[in-house]
Design a protein around this ligand. Structure first.
Ligand code: HEC
Ligand code: HEC
Ligand code: HEC
Ligand code: HEC
Ligand code: HEC
Ligand code: HEC
Ligand code: HEC
Length: 390
């Protein structure tokens, strides 16, 4: 039964500690003391995020994260496709330049005890009658909720009690904080949990802070392809043998879905992290893995059969229907330029159209009462009884 479960917000297993359990003055002190340190560290970039691939034991070479700008000279097409996507904006700095139209208006937040305050160097959140705390990071591209967090040195992040929903210009209680007293400014997320958030919303984080470098914020080229310095060196020297990047398009579906599923959740995540297995919409890697289309197609149904990894989802269903028809049409023919993948069964109800509406329907996953958030069920199946989806 798909119950209206409490919003799980990525169901990250965060080590959240109730702010209430700290003396409030301690919270302020911690926040304001660690801040200068955090800012210093933010500008001290360099040796973080190394990924060892050591091709020969004698001379280990380490690939480091460089940022998208360094890919542009050779991959203009991918850069242009990707730069304004939801992936690229999955994590942003809290300033007008990066947030643009998604920045909430400053002022007291009507109907709540809180304010969103414009500060000399950014924005802050707090009780309307007190000094607000500077917020550094905005999680979420603005398609649905945006959560605001303050990096507190290397130890923790503070998450604002309210999150913002740009499509409706509305504030709502941050998922996971509903049980806190209504005038609590926020939650503390300890380092271990904060690193989990950052691991899925950015390429890499420096060792001594919880603030990623600006050029590495969001799901970037290197989030999927890995740290880029070795590839770039190899390509500049035209030494293909030294290239460590793989052609992901040649991977089997299982391997590719696991790569996307690192953030979009796999069957293994659901099993080992006790995630709610009815959420086949939110956990897309898991959802696909449960589908007969995946299980019986011989490693063919990967995310990129339906999604272009470098762009957002198109706001129409025709590309997805074309994807279904690469396996479910007479003679295996397809209505697009893309070749058939295999010949599977034909729908007795509608062999040509509207597949998504019936077999991958949108599920309501409200972030607050009346929230319009809906996510396509990635468990492709036949819904025999609408009241009892499996
Ligand atoms: C100096 C030019 C250059 C730069 C800079 C560069 N690439 Fe490439 N890249 C290439 C070339 C050339 C190929 C094609 C290699 C081939 O066909 O074997 C390639 C191929 C790729 C591939 C396909 C896999 C492969 O190795 O064939 C990916 C993915 C890729 N690049 C990503 C990136 C990313 C991400 C960056 C930035 C971190 C980047 N590239 C920077 C030149 C470059
Ligand atoms: C490093 C983590 C990470 C990886 C790896 C990743 N994603 Fe995502 N993806 C995200 C996050 C975070 C969002 C939410 C962005 C936002 O805030 O709207 C997202 C959003 C999306 C969306 C929704 C875009 C839209 O238009 O709303 C699609 C589709 C998607 N990812 C597909 C993929 C596919 C396919 C892969 C593998 C090729 C992949 N993702 C790999 C983290 C990741
Ligand atoms: C395992 C990877 C993962 C972890 C850990 C994670 N997120 Fe996400 N987050 C995602 C993905 C993927 C999406 C996009 C949801 C979708 O479209 O399916 C997302 C979406 C969001 C959104 C947009 C609102 C929404 O729910 O759609 C916010 C805000 C957010 N995450 C904040 C956080 C915070 C804060 C943390 C840590 C407490 C966190 N995330 C941990 C992967 C992750
Ligand atoms: C969400 C994961 C993801 C992100 C982010 C991402 N890529 Fe890719 N990229 C892929 C996958 C998966 C493929 C294989 C696609 C295919 O073959 O259809 C790919 C293919 C490529 C290729 C080979 C193209 C080809 O036609 O063979 C290049 C080059 C590339 N990516 C560069 C980049 C650059 C540059 C960025 C950053 C602007 C980037 N990618 C961001 C997942 C990603
Ligand atoms: C890579 C090939 C492939 C693609 C793409 C694909 N399917 Fe399938 N699908 C299959 C295979 C194989 C089966 C199993 C048929 C069987 O039972 O022998 C299947 C089974 C199904 C079933 C029956 C499920 C059940 O539980 O009995 C439905 C419904 C379905 N697909 C719908 C879709 C829809 C809708 C799309 C597009 C969103 C799609 N498929 C895309 C290969 C694919
Ligand atoms: C058979 C086609 C198909 C496959 C395969 C598929 N998706 Fe989707 N996906 C869809 C459809 C249809 C939508 C909903 C349409 C839309 O949002 O534009 C969607 C939407 C999404 C979204 C946006 C969810 C939101 O918050 O609105 C994400 C994220 C996503 N897919 C991730 C993935 C990942 C990761 C994989 C691989 C594990 C994957 N998808 C495989 C068809 C597919
Ligand atoms: C109006 C809802 C609806 C639409 C639209 C629809 N289907 Fe179906 N589909 C069903 C139902 C209901 C069944 C189960 C029929 C039965 O078993 O009597 C089904 C069965 C199937 C099966 C299993 C067939 C078998 O022999 O076991 C596949 C595969 C399938 N659909 C794929 C698709 C594809 C691909 C599309 C789009 C081209 C599509 N469906 C459009 C409702 C729909």
């Amino acid at each position: 039964m798909l119950s209206k479960t409490k919003p799980t917000k990525c169901t990250a297993k965060v080590n959240a500690m109730k702010l209430r359990s700290l003396p409030l003055s301690g919270y302020f002190a911690l926040l304001f003391c660690v801040l200068p340190g955090a800012i210093l560290l933010l500008t001290a970039c360099g040796k973080q995020g190394a990924e060892s691939i050591s091709p020969t034991p004698a001379k280990p070479i380490v690939s480091t994260f460089v940022g998208d700008a360094d890919c542009k000279e050779c991959h203009k097409k991918e850069i242009e496709a990707h730069q304004n996507t939801r992936h690229a904006h999955a994590l942003r700095l809290v300033n007008d330049e990066s947030m643009k139209g998604d920045m909430p208006a400053a002022g007291d937040l009507t109907g709540t005890p809180f304010q969103w305050e414009k500060l000399p160097n950014g924005y802050g959140f707090g009780l309307a009658n007190e000094a607000s705390r500077p917020m550094h990071l905005a999680f979420g591209s603005g398609k649905s909720g945006i959560a605001f967090l303050a990096a507190m040195g290397n130890e923790a992040m503070a998450e604002a009690h309210l999150s913002y929903y740009p499509p409706l210009r509305k504030w709502f209680v941050t998922p996971g904080q509903a049980s806190l007293p209504p005038n609590t400014p926020g939650n503390l997320i300890k380092r271990e949990g904060a690193l989990q958030c950052l691991g899925c919303h950015t390429s890499t984080v420096p060792e001594n802070t919880l603030l990623p470098e600006e050029k590495l914020l969001g799901v970037r080229c290197e989030s999927c392809h890995g740290a880029g310095s070795i590839h770039i060196d190899a390509m500049r020297r035209k030494d293909k043998a030294a290239d460590n990047y793989e052609k992901m398009g040649t991977w089997g579906a299982g391997k590719l879905n696991d790569a996307c599923g690192r953030c979009h959740r796999t069957a293994k995540d659901v099993e080992t992290k006790s995630l709610d297995g009815t959420l086949t919409d939110k956990f897309q890697g898991f959802g696909i893995s449960q589908s007969k289309c995946f299980q019986k197609s011989g490693d063919k149904l990967s995310c990129i059969v339906c999604h272009d990894p470098h762009t957002d989802t198109p706001q129409k269903s025709s590309p997805y229907i074309a994807a279904c028809l690469r396996c479910h049409s007479v003679g295996g023919s397809s209505s697009t330029a893309k070749p058939a993948l295999m010949q599977s069964k034909i729908c007795p109800v509608n062999a040509k159209d509207d597949c998504i509406k019936c077999h991958m329907p949108l599920r309501s996953r409200p972030l607050f009462e009346g929230s319009p958030r809906r996510i396509a069920d990635h468990f492709i199946h036949i819904e025999r009884n609408k009241d009892k989806p499996q």
